[in-house]
Design a protein around this ligand. Structure first.
Ligand code: SF4
Length: 422
């Protein structure tokens, strides 16, 4: 049976790393293989994304994925019927047990057999409650664990919908099961399902095959998270064009950053505490504290890691210097808005003006003198630039700030590899 694999990164069943990967889609030239879980991981930490999806470094198994997968497998089994009768509760629990026993407790990511057995009991009780709560309204769904890959905007986007119900006249409801402690209320993952399923030509064929119904388009009418542990439903109406549009802008922003090979680490306690790549990560060892509850590296390890850290820092500094030099040369000769073609990469060049401030203390003095400190919100370049460029800034304050400011040309170079999936 297929495994759940594109769940978002929830708090407790932490889709931080995405679950077991589905078979890789057929490679299509120039398309970036994408999914909601990839996007969440990139937004959580670009370097973590790189370690997982680009460098393909293997992670430790996670028990919360094993648990969620076995629950999904049992529900898939329960709903994989074309017509009643449905499997009995015992048969459904058997499906859960088979999937659970297919791996040892260590392979599932548990530290002890006992913890694994406790979760098995918890999962069986959860499924029993689900069965009894929903039995009266069981009806054969339109599709179960429906996986599709759709090409859009240079991406090959994969979604796997846990269950799709046909509501009539080509309108559907998409249901996504959650098995962690909380449900993320944000429906963004469901927006991805809406967009991709509505673009998927196979869904129309499936409607024709299943119900003999021919429609010009499939439309999502309802989106739903079903939280299995509490039997609670979190319904959302279909997203309107504006919501989908802004969500899609975010998707394209992430995709652009991935294509532009932007993989700077963004350390944060929670993300780092669940991260298997700490020993490889310069940001984590670069002063970021070990999050509580995580074991520290052993002393003998630390010596080796100190050396590795030093070597990587040196390498990074060297690479950064080379990168800056090349970027400077490109910036010097490229035209604003132009696109350039190398043999392996293409680059788009965008130039803009930006302010730099020479003396931080002097800037603070000016802001305080004119009661502008609050207006800057924070002493970031953006905050101070906003103050400087605001229309209602008193002339004298502008003059004082300009004494500390230098206007430079910033050049943004977006590169993309020409061929092959990243
Ligand atoms: S340790 Fe933290 S900063 Fe480093 S890759 Fe992992 S999540 Fe990112």
């Amino acid at each position: 049976m297929k495994k759940k694999n594109n769940e978002a990164a929830p708090a407790a069943d932490q889709g931080l790393f995405g679950a077991l990967l589905p078979p890789a889609p057929a490679k299509k030239s120039g398309l970036l293989s994408f999914s909601y879980s990839k996007m969440s991981l990139y937004e959580e930490c670009p370097l973590k994304y790189k370690f997982k999806y680009i460098d393909k470094i293997k992670e430790e198994p996670k028990f919360y994925f094993a648990f969620g997968n076995s629950i999904h497998t049992a529900l898939e089994f329960l709903y994989s019927v074309k017509a009643p009768p449905f499997p009995s509760l015992e048969e459904t629990l058997d499906a859960f047990r088979r999937d659970w026993n297919a791996k040892s407790y260590l392979e599932k990511g548990y530290r002890t057999q006992q913890r694994s057995d406790q979760d098995y009991e918890k999962g069986a009780a959860m499924l029993k409650a689900y069965y009894e709560h929903n039995q009266a309204r069981f009806k054969p769904p339109f599709l179960v664990e429906y996986s599709t890959d759709v090409e859009v905007d240079g991406l090959l986007v994969r979604t796997i919908s846990d269950r799709i119900e046909h509501l009539g006249a080509g309108e559907i409801a998409i249901i996504d099961y959650k098995t962690g402690k909380d449900v993320k209320r944000q429906p963004l993952q469901l927006y991805m399902y809406q967009k991709i399923n509505e673009m998927d030509p196979r869904l129309k064929e499936k409607l024709a095959e299943t119900y003999g119904l021919r429609v010009s388009a499939v439309k999502v009418r309802q989106l739903l998270y079903y939280h299995v542990p509490t039997l609670k439903e979190y319904p959302f109406p279909r997203a309107d064009d504006k919501e989908i549009g802004s969500f899609w802008d975010r998707v394209l922003g992430v995709a652009e950053s991935i294509k532009g090979l932007k993989f700077d680490p963004t350390p944060a306690d929670q993300a780092c505490s669940w991260c298997d790549f700490k020993s490889l990560c310069p940001a984590f060892f670069g002063g970021h504290p070990h999050p509580a509850g995580q074991p520290s590296a052993s002393t003998e390890n630390i010596e080796a890691l100190v050396d590795r850290y030093g070597q990587l820092k040196e390498k990074m500094a060297d690479l950064q210097a080379q990168l800056d030099k090349v970027a400077e040369s490109i910036a010097g000769s490229a035209r604003d808005g132009a696109e350039y073609d190398g043999s392996q990469y293409t680059a788009q060049v965008k130039k803009s003006s930006k302010w730099e401030f020479r003396d931080r203390e002097a800037v603070i003095t000016v802001l305080n003198k004119f009661n502008l400190y609050q207006k800057a919100l924070s002493l970031t370049l953006t905050g101070i630039t906003n103050v400087l460029e605001s229309d209602d800034l008193p002339d004298e304050a502008r003059k004082k700030l300009l004494e500390q400011a230098v206007k430079r040309t910033a050049t943004e170079i977006k590169v993309a590899k020409k061929e092959g999936l990243i």
